[in-house]
Design a protein around this ligand. Structure first.
Ligand code: SF4
Length: 69
């Protein structure tokens, strides 16, 4: 499963880092690093992170391909 994070929206709230620390990493105040290919065992965590992101910057699966266009 793929995902993208819209880094123009991301405000570095780090909700995603708390919910899926194996996928998201925050460097400094606003530099979010992530692996765009979600391991199967992390999918549920990433979905929770996407739901928790205050600015809906995380797009998963179908949304990711739409967002990447
Ligand atoms: S929860 Fe959203 S705003 Fe916060 S760091 Fe993650 S992607 Fe960015």
């Amino acid at each position: 499963m793929r995902m993208v994070v819209d880094l123009t929206r991301c405000q570095g709230y780090a909700q995603c880092v708390f919910l899926a620390p194996e996928v998201f990493e925050l460097h400094g105040d606003e530099a979010l690093l992530y692996d765009p290919t979600i391991p199967d065992d992390q999918l549920e965590r990433v979905r929770q992170a996407a739901a928790a992101c205050p600015v809906q910057a995380i797009l998963v699966g179908e949304e990711a391909s739409i967002g990447a266009r």
